[in-house]
Design a binder for this molecule. Structure first.
Ligand code: PLP
Length: 454
């Protein structure tokens, strides 16, 4: 039989609803808490910062299915469905009996899965009469996606970009500017949060937590302006479930169902996006799929973080989120997977880890680049350094299959391509990259400053 390599859906088969896993979870995540009142956050409180539709989605624990607005679906059609691909080349190189599939989100116009939520959030802001939005970006993928989405819906966007990435990845900045966004290196002198950090530590290279503080502050001070977040929160992951819902249909076309689902983990949006639709069948139908979130050893909140209420940002402007965290004052080492540098795991995934529904696996930086290199040479796609962590975890699993003489079906998410990350590849090829493992003392010290709410 001829082997089929790629599986696509027709426009009509693109999902019409997103999947809200919280509705099907027996143990709901603990609520986010307002740090002033110490009470659970309400939709009203959230709308001070976010648009109303996303605030409602964020706290929705009852509706498993939420309609994708037609305007958003229309824009999804310009790049969805994304292909599900059987990685025959990688399988052969690994000499593994495992069947390896990947969902290729790198084909989106901006090169990553981030557009799935950017379009939705920009749409809701526009519909509610918002004119300006602010956000942060680490590696620049989210900023690029939101810049295009903002333009598509006629919104003005200001992006705070983590300084180390601003300097390492100048082309991401150009991409955002090409789409018409204003880009500011963070920490900056344009906000109180930024000025404080620069004064305390003039050489600080920034973190996602700091950039979030700056974006939140600007949104709160600007009329008709909302803040938009690219990961971590429930509504962002909700929008990303279009990935897994498509993959479920495409795996069926391939005549398979995954034994393992693997994705890299920054704030959890591509992981949850791919895995929650499949995890639904573990929750409801007794399936036994294994779910693995691959994180860098230098930012190991899933495997070594502490479950605690913590802020989503450095300055403490956001609600407190119950999650596995390295502490909101975590200053990550200068790793190249900028999108994986976030300090916390979000509330849904943290609950799922506690319930044993999934687990984290940490990947040293060099192993991730070795995996990326092998994938590039066998499948012809240069993966984003973030996605390379999922590839590394997949390769580990496929090698175990080889050793055990056991065939498993593995599905991983190729969350983005790495064509704008070639500086990192240059350093890898030149032998200049190193491994960095976050010391226990640093985690302990960061977390010791948190107020104990659980
Ligand atoms: C942002 C990003 C990530 C990490 O974010 P998640 O919310 O954890 O998905 C991973 N891969 C790529 C390509 C990204 O741009």
């Amino acid at each position: 039989m001829e082997k089929q390599k790629r599986f696509f859906l027709t426009e009509k088969e693109i999902p019409t609803e997103w999947y809200n896993i919280v509705a099907d979870m027996k143990n709901k995540p603990l609520p986010m808490i307002n740090p002033q009142t110490k009470q659970p956050i309400t939709v009203e409180e959230m709308t001070g910062l976010f648009n109303r539709a996303c605030s409602e989605q964020e706290l929705n624990q009852t509706d498993a299915w939420i309609e994708i607005p037609e305007e958003v679906r229309d824009l999804y059609k310009s790049y969805r469905s994304t292909p599900l691909v059987r990685a025959y080349g990688l399988e052969k190189a690994l000499d593994t009996p495992a069947h390896i599939y990947f969902k290729n989100e790198s084909v989106s116009p901006v090169g990553s899965h981030k557009l799935n939520s950017a379009l939705a959030q920009a749409y809701y802001c526009k519909k509610e009469g918002v004119t300006n939005i602010t956000t942060e970006t680490g590696a620049g993928q989210w900023g690029a996606a939101l810049s295009y989405a903002a333009k598509a819906f006629g919104l003005e966007l200001a992006v705070f970009m983590v300084k180390v990435s601003y300097n390492q990845k100048p082309y991401r900045r150009s991409i955002m500017q090409t789409f018409g966004a204003q880009v500011i290196a963070s920490p900056s002198m344009s906000t109180k949060a930024g000025r404080k950090i620069i004064t305390d530590a003039p050489n600080y290279q920034g973190s996602l937590g700091t950039a979030i503080s700056e974006a939140v502050e600007l949104a709160m001070q600007t009329p008709n302006c909302k803040y938009v977040l690219g990961s971590v929160l429930n509504h962002v992951t909700l929008h990303q479930t279009v990935i897994g819902l498509e993959a479920e249909k495409q795996m069926a076309m391939a005549g398979e169902y995954p034994d393992m689902v693997i994705a890299c983990f920054g704030g959890g949006s591509n992981f949850g996006g791919l895995s929650f639709p499949f995890m639904r069948h573990n929750l409801l139908d007794g399936k036994k799929t294994e779910f693995i979130a691959a994180e860098p050893s230098s930012c190991p909140k899933l495997t070594r973080g502490v479950f605690q209420y913590d802020f989503g940002d450095e300055a403490g402007y956001t609600p407190m989120i119950p999650m596995f965290t390295l502490g909101h004052n975590f200053a990550p080492a200068h790793i190249h997977a900028g999108g994986l540098r976030y300090h916390g795991a979000g509330s849904i995934v943290s609950q799922l880890i506690k319930d044993g529904m999934m687990h984290g696996e940490d990947i040293p930086q060099l192993e991730s680049f070795q995996a990326a290199e092998l994938f590039a040479r066998t499948e012809g796609i240069i993966p984003a350094p973030e996605s390379a962590h999922a590839i590394a975890a997949t390769i580990r699993a496929a090698k175990q299959c080889r050793e055990a003489g056991q065939s498993k079906t593995i599905l991983f998410n190729l969350s983005g391509h790495g064509l704008i990350d070639m500086t990192a590849y240059d350093q890898y090829l030149a032998g200049d990259l190193t491994n960095y493992v976050l010391p226990d003392e640093v985690i302990k010290e960061n977390v010791s400053t948190l107020e104990k709410l659980v």
